[in-house]
Ligand binder design. Structure first.
Ligand SMILES: Cc1cc2nc3c(=O)[nH]c(=O)nc-3n(C[C@H](O)[C@H](O)[C@H](O)COP(=O)(O)OP(=O)(O)OC[C@H]3O[C@@H](n4cnc5c(N)ncnc54)[C@H](O)[C@@H]3O)c2cc1C
Length: 481
């Protein structure tokens, strides 16, 4: 039986490990944290289960690749997914707008708000759908598809080098419309001007078509379930195991100050290529730009926000001063205390994160690792406290007296993400999905080390579904040999 060692229990490592274990491989998964999941984890504070990352997962029931993995692994029967009533709501200086779920509803909501842009809206929705279909096709393309590449994938060739901003500037006249269509830009990147339009198209089409989903009880439920498949099939999941070196056929880790070496036939890495090659003592410097990190203020409320403020949106983009995409760019460069943000009100769904009558919420924005890393311990702590006050003040404008309902508040910065999942600059999104970097054939198999494979945010893109799909690609590559 072939023995596969996996470095890191993020969604990529867990998916690959579960598929391999279920198909007869001996899997040993080594995770440096005390729990599995990477960004897909939760932690407990008093009555609250705090969701570390997940706002909305795309493709849960509609991405053919995700559905295939979830069906193979029995995920739908063991993990409960909950869908908010709408994709998101944005508050801006142009007024508020609710983006519904479902392409037809999206089209009619946009057209009734921007009737003068109706034909451009129709063409935009057709373009993102066609790009999404072709990109999915490309992941399973045969020689026949490649031979006819310019004919079948003409739209990929057309948009391959284009940024979202460039395409939108050509398509639409209204700045307000462009802002709405990029409300959730933070799910992908920091700016529309550096975001690949293909990445925007694939992500947005998936959310429009299939909605955004939460996992009841938090994303830890999915991570724990995937880990349980490995164990149930004779594999091992070892937490608090920090991998420190890899060699041909062996992998070394430290657990509770003790040094262990295990033998294995292949290694799957759920960490960045640069960090991985360092473990092999191979000189490798990453030339690609790294993607965003995120800051989250975790909030536990003594009441259900839905019971206090009534039915509202789950995912709220509170960009009160913004009129155009330029203002989103300006927001990114502001100090953390000044930034506008996303607010996820988990009380709007059956989230399972708080006991009856209470609720959990999260404020989130794109964060700058250096800005926190340059502070000493005291200044860092002080700024986090100030940040909590400043976000609550901004929330008060939409949820009057919300501060009085706060039972627990804690900020997790880019530095916190870096501490827990060990990614460079605390990124949760791998390489920046710019036009230059996003579109490429996913590199699952290492070109430098024969028995080494990659999964996770570094393979396709950041996000739950790309990480899961990377795990399946890796599994398919390994069973070939
Ligand atoms: C605040 C936040 C909000 C997010 N919101 C969403 C969202 O709404 N929707 C969405 O789709 N995505 C979201 N994401 C992104 C998504 O969670 C990630 O892109 C995805 O989970 C990354 O998975 P991964 O497989 O790359 O593993 P990672 O999460 O990167 O995990 C890697 C694992 O490797 C471990 N590790 C590192 N070094 C070692 C070592 N030397 N030895 C052993 N183990 C090691 C780490 O501890 C970690 O567990 C969010 C992320 C964050 C942080």
């Amino acid at each position: 039986m072939k023995h596969i060692a996996i470095i890191g229990a993020g969604l990529g490592g867990l998916t690959a490990g579960a598929l391999l274990a279920k198909n007869g491989y001996k899997v040993t998964l080594l995770e440096q944290h005390n729990r599995v999941g990477g960004s897909a984890t939760t932690f407990k504070r008093g009555d609250f289960t705090c969701e570390v990352g997940l706002h909305e997962m795309d493709g849960t029931y509609t991405s053919p690749a995700v559905v295939d993995v979830f069906e193979k692994l029995g995920v739908y029967n063991n993990v409960t997914f909950v869908e908010p009533d709408e994709f998101f709501k944005i508050y801006s200086a142009n007024g508020s707008f609710t983006m519904p779920n479902g392409v037809e509803k999206v089209q009619s909501a946009l057209m009734s708000r921007f009737p003068e842009e109706s034909s451009a809206i129709e063409s935009y929705l057709k373009t993102v759908e066609a790009l999404s279909i072709n990109l999915n096709k490309l992941t399973k393309a045969s020689w026949y598809h490649y031979a006819l590449f310019p004919f079948i994938f003409w739209n990929i060739i057309k948009y391959r080098t284009k940024s979202t901003q460039e395409v939108m500037d050509k398509m639409f006249k209204s700045d307000a419309l462009k802002l709405i269509l990029n409300s959730n830009i933070g799910y992908y990147n920091d700016s529309a001007s550096t975001l690949s339009f293909i990445m925007h198209a694939v992500g947005q089409d998936s959310y429009f078509r299939g909605g955004g989903w939460f996992i009841k009880g938090g994303s830890q439920k999915l991570s724990d379930y995937l880990a349980s498949i490995i164990v149930d099939h004779g594999g091992e999941v070892i937490t608090k195991a920090n991998v420190i070196a890899c060699n041909e056929g062996t992998i070394e880790y430290i657990k509770k100050k003790e040094h262990f070496t295990i033998e294995c036939d292949k290694v799957i890495s759920n960490i960045s290529p640069e960090q991985t090659y360092k473990l092999y003592d191979i000189h490798y410097t990453e030339s690609k730009e790294i993607g965003n990190s995120l800051l989250t203020v975790y909030l536990g409320f003594r009441k259900s926000l839905k019971s206090v403020y009534g039915k509202g949106a789950y995912s709220n983009f509170i960009f009160d001063s913004a009129t155009s995409l330029k203002d989103i760019d300006t927001n990114i460069s502001k100090d953390a205390l000044e930034k506008e943000f996303i607010f996820v009100d988990y009380s709007q769904i059956d989230s399972g994160l708080a006991p009856e009558g209470k609720s959990f919420g999260a404020v989130c924005f794109i964060d700058n690792f250096e800005a926190w890393d340059s502070l000493d311990k005291e200044a860092y702590k002080e700024k986090k406290e100030k940040l909590i006050k400043s976000v609550l003040q901004k929330l008060e404008l939409h949820y009057p007296k919300i501060s009085e309902l706060v039972e627990y508040a804690e900020a997790g910065t880019a530095k916190t993400v870096q501490r827990y999942i060990k990614t460079p600059q605390g990124t949760a999104y791998g390489f920046k999905p710019s036009p230059k970097q996003f579109f490429r054939i996913p590199q699952v198999k290492s070109k430098r080390v024969d028995h080494l494979y990659f999964v996770g945010q570094w393979v396709i893109a950041g996000g739950f579904s790309p990480a899961i799909i990377s795990g399946e690609l890796c599994y398919r590559e390994i069973i070939k040999h």
